[in-house]
Write a protein that binds this ligand. Structure first.
Ligand code: SAM
Length: 218
């Protein structure tokens, strides 16, 4: 076996072990602690692109405070966390991923771990005129109760603007949205732009406001 294949085997064995421990821990019904979140991130092993342990904490908090299906924009460590929580609490999640190879990889890992409540949909980016967003498949639910928005990359045309214009009709009026990277000027401008177009509650999280919770106001 090549050293690369061997490394992958060891990594996947480690991921299975950590997921097993997290599944056990969740039987206590308690939210994950820092230790579990950090173990999950290390076992996932895509440091540099993965969400932070603090972001995972917010993902779990909103998961526990919301109801209904979950939408995820961009996929990775957060998908894994959502998949474990969705398995435990019997919810469904749809993740959108513009990168075909990455979508296959995340789906393969979920399958290997027998995590069946989340599907990663390969959704290439498409032009909507002044912005780009995922080419959304048909047949999506219209009552998403939670959105995790950590993709597509903020560098695409219009950044993450497309979330409301394209996905808005699929969101439940009580939907809770967690947008990452809001310490960046571009994301701050984006929130202002959305606020100018609809009534939106915004709640920056943490000292640097590196992520922000958004809610539609009726
Ligand atoms: C900031 S990443 C975060 C995804 C996810 N929320 C997580 O916690 O891992 C957003 C996007 O970067 C891309 N990506 C993830 N890992 C990558 C890697 N190692 N190299 C290049 N692009 C990557 C994927 O398209 C993904 O949807």
């Amino acid at each position: 076996m090549s050293s690369r294949a061997q490394k992958r085997r060891v990594e996947s064995r480690n991921l299975k072990r950590v997921i097993g421990k997290v599944r056990e821990y969740l039987k206590t019904e308690k939210p994950l602690g820092w230790q579990q979140r950090i173990q999950l991130l290390l076992a996932w092993g895509n440091i540099g692109y993965s969400a932070s342990a603090r972001y995972l904490q917010q993902v779990e908090r909103i998961f526990r405070e919301s109801e209904g299906p979950i939408m995820e924009c961009g996929s990775g460590a957060t998908t894994l966390l959502i998949a474990i929580l969705a398995e435990k609490y019997n919810r469904k999640a749809w993740a959108f991923e513009h990168h075909a190879h990455w979508a296959n990889h995340v789906n393969d890992v979920l399958q290997a771990l027998e995590l069946r409540q989340v599907t990663v949909n390969h959704a290439p980016l498409k032009s909507y005129g002044e912005y780009e967003w995922y080419d959304v498949p048909t047949g999506l639910p219209n009552d998403f109760g939670m959105v995790i928005c950590d993709g597509p990359p903020g560098t695409i045309k219009g950044g993450r603007y497309g979330l409301f214009p394209v996905m808005g009709r699929h969101l439940d009026p009580d939907c809770r949205i967690l947008l990452d990277d809001t310490h960046r000027k571009k994301e701050q401008e984006l929130i202002k732009r959305w606020e100018g177009e609809r009534r939106l509650g915004t709640h920056p999280i943490g000292f640097f406001g590196s992520c922000t919770e958004l809610a539609l106001m009726s």
